[in-house]
Design a protein around this ligand. Structure first.
Ligand code: KG4
Ligand code: ZN
Length: 359
């Protein structure tokens, strides 16, 4: 891989953050020179992201976000080596704003456009803060839309070990939070609520069954690495209904939240342990909005520490949620691999992670 240092503008508009960043450096050592994130708070009013509103907000936010990122880095467009942009997956109208603007800006300055897959961006986020967060590693990507357990022998090669069969982990947090009367997005408020409660012990009504976690599961079994959260969501719904019927929901909500979070964290930790052992990895990379969860970080740090020299690389909150710095960092890799977008580049709502494979 080329060790040539480059400077890229990154653009991310796949969901509800309008983000631009300047990243400089090499594939193995990208450095964030600036990062601007305009979070669209308006969706809170609707309890979820409204696609048309997201697109319109990207339209008004993209130009000032890019200008602010260039100003903050003290870089002129002419001093860039290219523009990295998220082209998939996500909301198509939202993605179109970023890809169209990136193509127009690049064309007027004679720059290459480097298309980046959003999930590959999440894999690169920890590298912006931790020089050792390079392959080989095990990766757990947990966001509002995705839950993937990967083995990464090298950048660009992603072995899919497991994924969710229904809700993504963040989605499960959001739905459980909604049942508990918390605002959207509910992951962080649910974590705060859970902090006030002791862990429900086994046989306690809030000690929910750990989903897809059989002690006897073997590596060839489908449920060895896969995840599922719909059953747990139902268990939370029943617990909420039961507490409500007794007029005890306010008193018991922290315990229900803790029980839910414990079940999710214990399941993820067990699957990550299996993945690290199966592939002999000592490094673990965590990505996506749910990476902000303190209980999850603590449990995964302990799993990584079971291996000699093991370490967890979790991004700080600004780099864990959707941002353009991680897109530019992945863009440095893709540019070094010789990738350039054709003028026909367009947005895609769904697209497999490039380089993903099943062993
Ligand atoms: O990666 P992200 O910003 O956007 C997507 O691509 O989906 O992830 C957002 C998700 C939401 O579901 C949110 O509830 C969850 O991340 N989240 C958390 C926490 N902070 C954010 N989940 C659990 N605990 C948290 N502290
Ligand atoms: Zn994301």
């Amino acid at each position: 891989m080329s060790a040539r240092a480059v400077r890229l503008l990154g653009i991310e508009t796949s969901c509800d953050e309008t983000s631009a960043a300047v990243v400089e450096g090499t594939v193995d050592a990208p450095r964030c020179a600036s990062l601007v994130i305009l979070s669209q708070d308006v969706h809170r009013l609707f309890g979820g992201v409204v696609p048309e509103i997201a697109s319109r907000q990207h339209l008004t936010g993209i130009v000032p976000a890019v200008q602010a990122a260039l100003d903050e880095a003290g870089v002129a467009l002419g001093a860039l080596d290219g523009i990295a942009v998220t082209h998939a997956p996500g909301l198509v109208g939202a993605l179109l704003v970023g890809t169209s603007y990136a193509k127009a800006l690049a064309a007027t300055h004679g720059l290459p456009v480097v298309p980046v897959h959003h999930l590959e961006g999440h894999l690169f986020a920890p590298l912006l803060e931790h020089p050792a967060a390079s392959p080989p590693f095990t990766a757990l990507l947990v966001s509002g839309g995705h839950s993937l357990l990967l083995d990464v022998p090298a950048w660009g090669r992603y072995e899919l070990l497991g994924q969710t069969r229904d809700d993504a982990v963040g989605e499960a947090f959001d739905k459980a939070a909604k049942l508990l009367g918390l605002p959207y997005p509910g992951g962080a408020p649910l974590e705060r609520l859970a902090t006030g409660a002791p862990a429900p012990p086994p046989r306690h009504p809030h000690h929910f069954a750990r989903p897809m976690l059989r002690a006897k599961a073997q590596p060839g079994d489908e449920d060895y690495y896969d995840l599922s959260f719909s059953g747990l969501k139902t268990a939370v719904r029943l617990a909420v209904r039961d507490a409500e019927a007794r007029g005890a929901l306010a008193a018991e909500a922290p315990s229900i939240a803790r029980g839910f979070q414990d079940a999710v964290v214990e399941t993820l930790a067990a699957k990550v342990r299996r993945a690290m052992r199966a592939r002999g990895r000592a490094r673990l990379v965590l990505g996506g909005g749910v990476a902000c969860n303190g209980a999850l970080q603590q449990a995964l740090a302990a799993v990584a520490a079971e291996v000699p020299g093991g370490a967890l690389f979790a991004p700080s909150p600004r780099l864990a949620t959707d941002n353009a710095a991680m897109i530019a960092a992945a863009g440095v890799f893709r540019l070094a691999a010789g990738e350039r977008a054709a003028p026909t580049l367009t947005a895609r709502a769904t697209l497999p992670l490039p380089g993903i494979f099943r062993a």
